[in-house]
Design a binder for this molecule. Structure first.
Ligand code: SF4
Length: 350
Protein backbone atom coordinates (compact mmCIF):
# COMPACT_ATOMS: atom_id res chain seq x y z
CA UNK A 1 0.00 0.00 0.00
CA UNK A 2 1.23 3.50 -0.74
CA UNK A 3 2.08 5.64 2.29
CA UNK A 4 1.13 9.36 2.18
CA UNK A 5 4.87 10.19 1.86
CA UNK A 6 5.24 7.84 -1.10
CA UNK A 7 2.14 9.29 -2.74
CA UNK A 8 3.54 12.80 -2.22
CA UNK A 9 6.82 11.73 -3.82
CA UNK A 10 5.07 10.21 -6.82
CA UNK A 11 2.99 13.37 -7.25
CA UNK A 12 6.03 15.64 -6.89
CA UNK A 13 7.97 13.57 -9.40
CA UNK A 14 5.15 13.87 -11.92
CA UNK A 15 5.09 17.65 -11.70
CA UNK A 16 8.86 18.00 -11.31
CA UNK A 17 10.94 19.72 -13.93
CA UNK A 18 13.44 16.85 -13.71
CA UNK A 19 13.31 13.71 -15.73
CA UNK A 20 15.82 11.92 -13.49
CA UNK A 21 18.05 12.94 -10.61
CA UNK A 22 21.51 11.46 -10.22
CA UNK A 23 23.59 11.80 -7.05
CA UNK A 24 27.22 10.93 -6.43
CA UNK A 25 27.46 8.13 -3.89
CA UNK A 26 29.92 9.98 -1.61
CA UNK A 27 27.50 12.86 -0.98
CA UNK A 28 24.20 11.00 -0.99
CA UNK A 29 23.73 11.25 2.77
CA UNK A 30 24.95 14.80 3.18
CA UNK A 31 22.32 17.15 4.66
CA UNK A 32 22.66 19.47 1.65
CA UNK A 33 21.83 16.72 -0.83
CA UNK A 34 19.06 15.32 1.34
CA UNK A 35 17.56 18.78 1.59
CA UNK A 36 17.57 19.23 -2.20
CA UNK A 37 16.11 15.77 -2.73
CA UNK A 38 13.33 16.37 -0.23
CA UNK A 39 12.36 19.51 -2.13
CA UNK A 40 12.11 17.62 -5.41
CA UNK A 41 10.32 14.66 -3.86
CA UNK A 42 12.21 12.36 -6.23
CA UNK A 43 14.18 9.22 -5.58
CA UNK A 44 17.68 9.60 -7.03
CA UNK A 45 19.83 7.25 -9.03
CA UNK A 46 23.22 6.80 -7.41
CA UNK A 47 26.50 6.84 -9.31
CA UNK A 48 30.18 7.09 -8.51
CA UNK A 49 30.93 10.38 -10.27
CA UNK A 50 28.55 12.55 -12.27
CA UNK A 51 30.71 12.46 -15.41
CA UNK A 52 30.25 8.72 -15.74
CA UNK A 53 27.03 9.72 -17.48
CA UNK A 54 26.88 13.51 -17.84
CA UNK A 55 28.48 14.62 -21.10
CA UNK A 56 29.73 11.13 -21.95
CA UNK A 57 27.88 11.19 -25.22
CA UNK A 58 26.28 14.09 -27.04
CA UNK A 59 22.79 14.92 -25.79
CA UNK A 60 21.19 17.45 -28.15
CA UNK A 61 20.69 20.81 -26.51
CA UNK A 62 16.96 21.03 -27.24
CA UNK A 63 16.31 17.77 -25.40
CA UNK A 64 16.35 19.95 -22.29
CA UNK A 65 12.79 20.90 -23.24
CA UNK A 66 11.38 17.52 -22.32
CA UNK A 67 14.02 15.41 -20.62
CA UNK A 68 16.12 17.55 -18.35
CA UNK A 69 18.15 15.60 -15.80
CA UNK A 70 19.73 16.90 -12.62
CA UNK A 71 23.10 15.77 -11.27
CA UNK A 72 24.25 16.52 -7.72
CA UNK A 73 28.00 16.32 -7.47
CA UNK A 74 31.22 17.63 -6.00
CA UNK A 75 33.35 19.91 -8.15
CA UNK A 76 36.85 18.58 -8.52
CA UNK A 77 39.81 20.37 -10.04
CA UNK A 78 39.48 24.04 -10.88
CA UNK A 79 36.96 25.77 -8.63
CA UNK A 80 37.78 29.32 -9.73
CA UNK A 81 38.58 30.49 -13.22
CA UNK A 82 40.29 33.74 -14.09
CA UNK A 83 37.92 35.78 -16.24
CA UNK A 84 39.16 37.02 -19.62
CA UNK A 85 40.30 40.64 -20.02
CA UNK A 86 37.47 43.11 -20.25
CA UNK A 87 35.05 40.71 -18.60
CA UNK A 88 34.39 43.21 -15.85
CA UNK A 89 35.35 46.69 -14.73
CA UNK A 90 39.03 47.35 -15.48
CA UNK A 91 42.03 47.31 -13.12
CA UNK A 92 40.89 44.64 -10.66
CA UNK A 93 41.12 40.84 -10.87
CA UNK A 94 37.97 39.01 -11.88
CA UNK A 95 37.20 35.32 -11.36
CA UNK A 96 34.24 33.06 -11.97
CA UNK A 97 33.38 30.55 -9.32
CA UNK A 98 31.96 27.34 -10.62
CA UNK A 99 29.08 25.92 -8.64
CA UNK A 100 26.81 24.75 -11.43
CA UNK A 101 26.72 23.74 -15.07
CA UNK A 102 23.80 24.58 -17.35
CA UNK A 103 20.56 26.42 -16.98
CA UNK A 104 16.80 25.94 -16.92
CA UNK A 105 16.27 28.79 -19.40
CA UNK A 106 16.78 28.66 -23.13
CA UNK A 107 18.22 31.82 -24.62
CA UNK A 108 18.85 31.35 -28.33
CA UNK A 109 22.34 32.87 -28.09
CA UNK A 110 23.39 30.93 -24.98
CA UNK A 111 26.95 29.76 -25.34
CA UNK A 112 26.31 26.72 -23.16
CA UNK A 113 24.65 25.02 -26.14
CA UNK A 114 28.02 24.49 -27.78
CA UNK A 115 30.18 24.44 -24.69
CA UNK A 116 29.08 21.25 -22.99
CA UNK A 117 28.09 17.93 -24.49
CA UNK A 118 24.89 17.91 -22.46
CA UNK A 119 22.25 20.44 -21.38
CA UNK A 120 21.58 18.47 -18.17
CA UNK A 121 22.13 20.50 -15.04
CA UNK A 122 24.92 19.77 -12.58
CA UNK A 123 24.78 21.38 -9.15
CA UNK A 124 28.03 21.22 -7.26
CA UNK A 125 27.45 21.15 -3.55
CA UNK A 126 30.98 21.52 -2.13
CA UNK A 127 30.56 25.25 -1.56
CA UNK A 128 32.94 25.26 1.42
CA UNK A 129 35.79 24.19 -0.87
CA UNK A 130 34.87 26.84 -3.43
CA UNK A 131 34.76 29.45 -0.68
CA UNK A 132 38.14 28.31 0.69
CA UNK A 133 39.62 28.88 -2.76
CA UNK A 134 38.01 32.31 -2.91
CA UNK A 135 39.41 33.16 0.52
CA UNK A 136 42.89 32.13 -0.60
CA UNK A 137 42.57 34.36 -3.65
CA UNK A 138 41.46 37.34 -1.56
CA UNK A 139 44.36 36.81 0.85
CA UNK A 140 46.84 36.67 -2.04
CA UNK A 141 45.48 39.94 -3.45
CA UNK A 142 45.32 41.94 -0.24
CA UNK A 143 46.02 45.30 -1.94
CA UNK A 144 43.00 45.27 -4.24
CA UNK A 145 39.35 44.38 -4.56
CA UNK A 146 38.77 40.94 -6.05
CA UNK A 147 35.66 40.12 -8.04
CA UNK A 148 33.94 36.75 -8.07
CA UNK A 149 31.24 36.20 -10.66
CA UNK A 150 28.62 33.49 -10.41
CA UNK A 151 26.54 32.65 -13.42
CA UNK A 152 29.15 32.02 -16.07
CA UNK A 153 27.89 28.46 -16.59
CA UNK A 154 24.37 28.82 -15.21
CA UNK A 155 21.88 31.37 -13.90
CA UNK A 156 22.80 32.55 -10.39
CA UNK A 157 19.33 32.81 -8.89
CA UNK A 158 17.05 30.52 -10.88
CA UNK A 159 17.48 27.46 -8.64
CA UNK A 160 18.44 29.06 -5.33
CA UNK A 161 15.14 27.98 -3.71
CA UNK A 162 16.39 24.44 -4.26
CA UNK A 163 20.11 24.83 -3.60
CA UNK A 164 20.09 27.23 -0.65
CA UNK A 165 23.75 28.29 -0.90
CA UNK A 166 23.33 32.06 -1.10
CA UNK A 167 23.79 32.64 2.64
CA UNK A 168 27.27 31.09 2.54
CA UNK A 169 28.49 33.41 -0.22
CA UNK A 170 26.81 36.38 1.45
CA UNK A 171 28.62 35.55 4.68
CA UNK A 172 31.91 35.45 2.77
CA UNK A 173 31.27 39.00 1.51
CA UNK A 174 30.41 40.14 5.00
CA UNK A 175 33.75 38.84 6.29
CA UNK A 176 35.72 40.09 3.27
CA UNK A 177 34.86 43.68 2.41
CA UNK A 178 37.53 43.62 -0.35
CA UNK A 179 35.79 40.76 -2.12
CA UNK A 180 32.89 41.49 -4.44
CA UNK A 181 30.44 38.83 -5.54
CA UNK A 182 28.30 39.36 -8.62
CA UNK A 183 25.23 37.18 -9.01
CA UNK A 184 24.30 37.40 -12.67
CA UNK A 185 20.75 36.46 -13.52
CA UNK A 186 17.61 36.72 -15.60
CA UNK A 187 15.58 35.20 -12.81
CA UNK A 188 13.00 36.75 -10.51
CA UNK A 189 13.48 34.00 -7.96
CA UNK A 190 14.54 36.23 -5.07
CA UNK A 191 13.01 34.37 -2.13
CA UNK A 192 16.39 33.22 -0.73
CA UNK A 193 18.06 36.51 -1.54
CA UNK A 194 15.49 38.56 0.35
CA UNK A 195 16.34 36.69 3.53
CA UNK A 196 19.77 38.33 3.42
CA UNK A 197 20.65 41.90 4.32
CA UNK A 198 21.92 44.06 1.43
CA UNK A 199 25.71 44.46 1.28
CA UNK A 200 27.73 46.85 -0.88
CA UNK A 201 29.92 44.00 -2.11
CA UNK A 202 27.09 41.58 -2.94
CA UNK A 203 25.80 42.75 -6.31
CA UNK A 204 22.84 41.40 -8.21
CA UNK A 205 23.19 42.00 -11.93
CA UNK A 206 20.41 41.51 -14.44
CA UNK A 207 20.91 40.71 -18.10
CA UNK A 208 18.36 42.77 -19.97
CA UNK A 209 17.14 43.04 -23.54
CA UNK A 210 14.33 45.22 -24.84
CA UNK A 211 11.01 43.52 -24.18
CA UNK A 212 10.28 42.79 -27.85
CA UNK A 213 13.71 41.21 -28.40
CA UNK A 214 13.62 39.22 -25.16
CA UNK A 215 10.30 37.74 -26.22
CA UNK A 216 11.89 36.42 -29.40
CA UNK A 217 15.21 35.15 -28.11
CA UNK A 218 15.15 34.75 -24.30
CA UNK A 219 13.01 31.64 -24.25
CA UNK A 220 11.52 30.46 -20.93
CA UNK A 221 13.03 33.36 -18.97
CA UNK A 222 10.98 35.87 -16.99
CA UNK A 223 9.99 38.79 -19.23
CA UNK A 224 11.98 42.02 -19.27
CA UNK A 225 9.06 43.67 -17.48
CA UNK A 226 9.20 41.08 -14.70
CA UNK A 227 12.98 41.44 -14.37
CA UNK A 228 12.64 45.23 -14.09
CA UNK A 229 9.94 44.86 -11.47
CA UNK A 230 12.24 42.58 -9.46
CA UNK A 231 15.12 45.05 -9.83
CA UNK A 232 12.89 47.79 -8.57
CA UNK A 233 11.86 45.73 -5.53
CA UNK A 234 15.49 44.89 -4.77
CA UNK A 235 16.47 48.54 -5.11
CA UNK A 236 13.82 49.54 -2.59
CA UNK A 237 15.24 46.96 -0.20
CA UNK A 238 18.72 48.48 -0.60
CA UNK A 239 20.46 45.86 -2.76
CA UNK A 240 23.32 46.87 -5.05
CA UNK A 241 22.29 46.43 -8.68
CA UNK A 242 24.00 46.24 -12.03
CA UNK A 243 22.81 45.50 -15.56
CA UNK A 244 24.14 43.88 -18.70
CA UNK A 245 22.83 44.90 -22.11
CA UNK A 246 24.46 41.88 -23.59
CA UNK A 247 24.03 40.52 -26.17
CA UNK A 248 22.81 43.44 -28.25
CA UNK A 249 21.40 41.97 -31.46
CA UNK A 250 21.07 44.13 -34.55
CA UNK A 251 17.59 44.97 -35.76
CA UNK A 252 16.65 48.14 -37.68
CA UNK A 253 14.85 49.35 -34.56
CA UNK A 254 17.60 48.56 -32.04
CA UNK A 255 18.11 52.19 -30.98
CA UNK A 256 14.43 52.84 -30.31
CA UNK A 257 14.16 49.43 -28.61
CA UNK A 258 16.99 50.28 -26.18
CA UNK A 259 15.53 53.75 -25.68
CA UNK A 260 12.29 52.12 -24.63
CA UNK A 261 14.14 49.79 -22.25
CA UNK A 262 15.99 52.73 -20.68
CA UNK A 263 12.72 54.65 -20.36
CA UNK A 264 11.21 51.68 -18.52
CA UNK A 265 14.25 51.58 -16.25
CA UNK A 266 13.95 55.31 -15.61
CA UNK A 267 10.30 54.90 -14.67
CA UNK A 268 11.56 52.76 -11.77
CA UNK A 269 14.51 55.06 -11.03
CA UNK A 270 16.94 52.31 -11.95
CA UNK A 271 19.39 53.95 -14.36
CA UNK A 272 21.08 56.27 -11.85
CA UNK A 273 21.33 53.46 -9.32
CA UNK A 274 23.35 51.05 -11.42
CA UNK A 275 26.71 50.12 -10.00
CA UNK A 276 27.77 49.28 -13.53
CA UNK A 277 26.25 48.64 -16.95
CA UNK A 278 28.06 46.42 -19.42
CA UNK A 279 27.40 46.57 -23.13
CA UNK A 280 28.23 43.73 -25.49
CA UNK A 281 27.23 42.88 -29.02
CA UNK A 282 26.19 39.33 -29.88
CA UNK A 283 29.17 37.01 -30.49
CA UNK A 284 29.85 33.30 -30.65
CA UNK A 285 32.64 30.80 -30.81
CA UNK A 286 32.53 28.77 -34.03
CA UNK A 287 31.06 25.74 -32.26
CA UNK A 288 28.33 27.69 -30.54
CA UNK A 289 27.45 29.49 -33.76
CA UNK A 290 26.99 26.14 -35.49
CA UNK A 291 24.66 25.02 -32.69
CA UNK A 292 22.65 28.24 -32.85
CA UNK A 293 22.19 27.77 -36.60
CA UNK A 294 21.04 24.21 -36.03
CA UNK A 295 18.80 24.86 -33.02
CA UNK A 296 17.29 28.18 -34.07
CA UNK A 297 17.48 28.42 -37.88
CA UNK A 298 14.80 31.12 -38.04
CA UNK A 299 16.20 33.30 -35.29
CA UNK A 300 16.47 37.04 -35.73
CA UNK A 301 20.14 36.52 -34.80
CA UNK A 302 20.82 35.30 -38.34
CA UNK A 303 19.27 38.41 -39.91
CA UNK A 304 22.60 40.28 -40.16
CA UNK A 305 25.88 38.95 -41.62
CA UNK A 306 28.68 38.09 -39.20
CA UNK A 307 32.39 37.59 -39.77
CA UNK A 308 35.17 35.62 -38.06
CA UNK A 309 36.81 38.20 -35.81
CA UNK A 310 40.24 38.92 -34.22
CA UNK A 311 39.74 36.25 -31.53
CA UNK A 312 38.17 33.68 -33.87
CA UNK A 313 34.73 34.56 -32.60
CA UNK A 314 31.85 34.99 -35.01
CA UNK A 315 30.40 38.51 -34.74
CA UNK A 316 29.42 41.62 -36.70
CA UNK A 317 32.27 43.55 -38.26
CA UNK A 318 34.21 45.93 -36.03
CA UNK A 319 32.75 49.28 -37.23
CA UNK A 320 29.27 47.90 -36.81
CA UNK A 321 29.93 46.58 -33.30
CA UNK A 322 31.46 49.85 -32.19
CA UNK A 323 28.64 51.85 -33.74
CA UNK A 324 26.03 49.71 -32.01
CA UNK A 325 27.73 49.82 -28.62
CA UNK A 326 28.41 53.55 -28.81
CA UNK A 327 24.83 54.22 -29.89
CA UNK A 328 23.47 52.34 -26.87
CA UNK A 329 26.10 53.93 -24.63
CA UNK A 330 24.94 57.42 -25.67
CA UNK A 331 21.34 56.49 -24.93
CA UNK A 332 22.37 55.14 -21.51
CA UNK A 333 24.32 58.31 -20.66
CA UNK A 334 21.36 60.46 -21.71
CA UNK A 335 19.15 58.30 -19.49
CA UNK A 336 21.32 59.09 -16.47
CA UNK A 337 23.69 56.12 -16.20
CA UNK A 338 27.02 57.43 -14.85
CA UNK A 339 29.74 57.42 -17.51
CA UNK A 340 32.27 55.65 -15.29
CA UNK A 341 29.68 52.92 -14.66
CA UNK A 342 29.54 51.88 -18.32
CA UNK A 343 31.98 49.42 -19.81
CA UNK A 344 32.17 47.70 -23.16
CA UNK A 345 32.40 43.95 -22.85
CA UNK A 346 35.01 41.87 -24.73
CA UNK A 347 36.12 44.61 -27.12
CA UNK A 348 39.50 45.73 -25.86
CA UNK A 349 41.59 44.21 -28.65
CA UNK A 350 39.30 45.01 -31.51
S1 SF4 B 1 19.97 32.70 -18.71
FE1 SF4 B 1 22.14 32.69 -19.32
S2 SF4 B 1 22.83 30.63 -18.90
FE2 SF4 B 1 20.61 30.56 -18.94
S3 SF4 B 1 20.03 30.00 -21.06
FE3 SF4 B 1 20.05 32.24 -20.92
S4 SF4 B 1 22.11 32.86 -21.56
FE4 SF4 B 1 22.19 30.66 -21.05
Amino acid sequence: MNSPLRLFRIFAAVISMWNKIYVEEAILNSPRVQNILSKTGMVPLVLKTYDEIWGKSKKPYLHKRDSLNLFLAEKKGQLLKLAPDAYGTAGEPHYYFIHAYNCIYECQYCYLQGYFNSPDIVLFINHEEILAEMQKTVDENSGTRVWFHAGEFSDSLALTHLTGELALYHDFCKKNPKAVIELRTKSVNTKELLELEPLDNFIISFSLSPQKVAKEIDLKTPSTKARLKTMSELKKRGYKLAAHFDPIVYQDTFKSDYQELLNQMNDSDLTKELDYLSLGVVRFTKDVYREVERNYPDSVIHGTPMIKSFDNKVRYNHPMRMWMMNSVKELALAAGVKSDAIYLCMEEHA
